[in-house]
Design a protein around this ligand. Structure first.
Ligand code: C5P
Length: 336
C-alpha cells in the first residue's frame, strides 16, 4: 500500500506549513489520511514548520501539543516567526522562512536523526563585536556569524542544549536555542563567563575586535571634534580567559582566521590559549571566511590530530567539526 511505500522511501518528512489540526493528530497518533498514515508507517526524522493565525497558535491546546510533539525524538520543530499572516493580520504564527526550512532539511539529511550530542550543554559565540567610540561610530569587522549559526543549528539537531551568545547585527534565523545578544567584547566576555561553568563544550567562533577606542563618549561626537588619530586599548582575550578556567570535563574550541600559512599560527594559538581544538580558517581564499556561505579549513587538536576540510557549506563544516569533537570526547571518556 502507498502509505507504507512512501514511509519506507522517505529519508525525511517535512510538514510545512503544519496546521493546528495535523499537529493535534501527530500528538495522538491518528492515522486518518495519507499524510498521518505515512508518518506512522515511517521512521525517518520529521521536520515541522507550523503556520497559523496568531490566536490559533497561542491557544493553550495548540501550545501544549507543540511542546508535547517536540519531546518525541523523531520530531524537529522550527518555531513560527512574526509577520504578515495568510489572514492579512500581523503577528506570531507566520511559517519560518523557506531558506531556514531548507537549511534544516540539509542538516537533518546529514544526521539522519542521530542525536549524538544529546545531554550535552554547548555554548557558542558568534558574530563580530563592535567597540563603540560614541553611540554611532565603532571599530568592527565583517563577520556575519554564519559559521556560528551553522554550529548552533547542527548541534541542536544532534540533540544538544545550546546557548548562543552573539553580536550579529542582521536578522538571526535560529530557533530552539537560548539566545543572548551582545555588542562589545566586554559584554561578550560577561555573557560567556556567566554561562561557561555549566557548559560541556564551548566554541568561540566570534570575531572579537582586538582593540577598542580608549575613550567612549555617550553623546555623538560632532564631526569637528573627531580626533585625527584614535588612542586604542586592548579588549580582553575571552577564549584565553576561558582556557584558564577550563575544567578537565570541558572541551574548548577556538577559531583562527588566518592569511598565508594557516597551520603554524593556529597551533600556536591552540597552545597559548589552552584550547582543546582549533579551526584554522583561511580567509584569503575564494569561498571561505567572512560572510561566505561556504568555508574550508583545517581542524587541529591538542592531541596532534589534523583534519583537512575542503570547501563545503558552513553547515556541513559545522557537522564535520562536531564529528571531530565527538570522536575525541568519546575517546577521552573511554580512557578515563
Ligand atoms: O588571536 P586570535 O584573535 O586570532 O584568536 C582567535 C580566537 O580567539 C577565536 O576563537 C576568537 O573568538 C578568540 N578571541 C577571543 N577574544 C579576543 C580575540 C580573539 O576570544 N579578544
Amino acid at each position: 500500500p502507498l502509505h507504507i511505500q512512501l514511509g519506507e522511501w522517505a529519508e525525511i518528512i517535512v510538514l510545512a506549513p503544519l496546521t493546528a489540526n495535523t499537529l493535534a493528530k501527530l500528538v495522538y497518533g491518528f492515522a486518518d489520511n495519507l499524510l498521518t498514515n505515512t508518518i506512522l508507517a515511517s521512521s525517518c526524522p520529521i521536520l515541522l514548520a507550523p503556520a497559523m493565525n496568531t490566536d490559533m497558535w497561542e491557544q493553550t491546546a495548540v501550545q501544549r501539543n507543540w511542546q508535547q510533539v517536540l519531546t518525541e525524538k523523531r520530531y524537529y520543530g522550527i518555531h513560527p516567526g512574526s509577520g504578515i499572516l495568510a489572514c492579512d493580520r500581523v503577528g506570531q504564527g507566520r511559517m519560518a522562512e523557506p531558506k531556514e526550512i531548507v537549511t534544516n532539511i540539509k542538516s537533518l539529511l546529514y544526521t539522519a536523526g542521530k542525536r549524538d550530542l544529546a545531554g550535552k550543554k554547548i555554548l557558542i559565540s558568534a558574530g563580530g563585536t563592535r567597540e563603540h567610540l560614541d553611540p554611532v561610530r565603532f571599530i568592527g569587522n565583517p563577520s556575519t556569524g554564519k559559521m556560528g549559526i551553522a554550529l548552533a543549528q547542527a548541534a541542536l539537531h544532534r540533540g544538544a542544549n545550546v546557548t548562543f551568545v552573539h553580536s550579529i547585527s542582521g536578522e538571526l534565523l535560529l530557533s530552539g536555542v537560548k539566545i543572548i545578544e551582545v555588542v562589545s567584547a566586554a559584554q561578550m566576555q560577561q555573557a560567556m563567563l556567566a554561562n561557561f561553568a555549566e557548559a560541556d563544550i564551548i566554541v568561540m567562533s566570534a570575531a572579537v575586535a582586538d582593540v577598542k577606542p580608549a575613550e567612549y563618549s555617550s553623546e555623538k561626537l560632532p564631526k569637528r571634534s573627531l580626533p585625527n588619530s584614535l588612542p586604542l586599548t586592548p579588549v580582553p582575550d575571552i577564549v584565553a580567559e576561558l582556557g584558564k578556567l577550563k575544567q578537565s570535563h570541558q572541551y574548548l574550541i577556538g577559531f583562527a582566521a588566518q592569511t598565508g600559512d594557516i597551520v603554524a599560527p593556529a597551533l600556536e594559538k591552540l597552545r597559548v590559549k589552552n584550547l582543546d581544538a582549533i579551526v584554522a580558517n583561511p580567509i584569503d581564499r575564494e569561498g571561505a571566511g567572512f560572510g561566505s556561505n561556504t568555508n574550508q579549513g583545517i581542524f587541529l587538536d591538542a592531541g596532534g590530530r589534523q583534519l583537512d576540510i575542503p570547501s563545503c557549506s558552513k553547515l556541513e563544516m559545522a557537522h564535520h567539526l562536531w564529528d571531530f569533537a565527538i570522536s575525541v570526547i568519546s575517546y577521552q571518556l573511554s580512557v578515563q
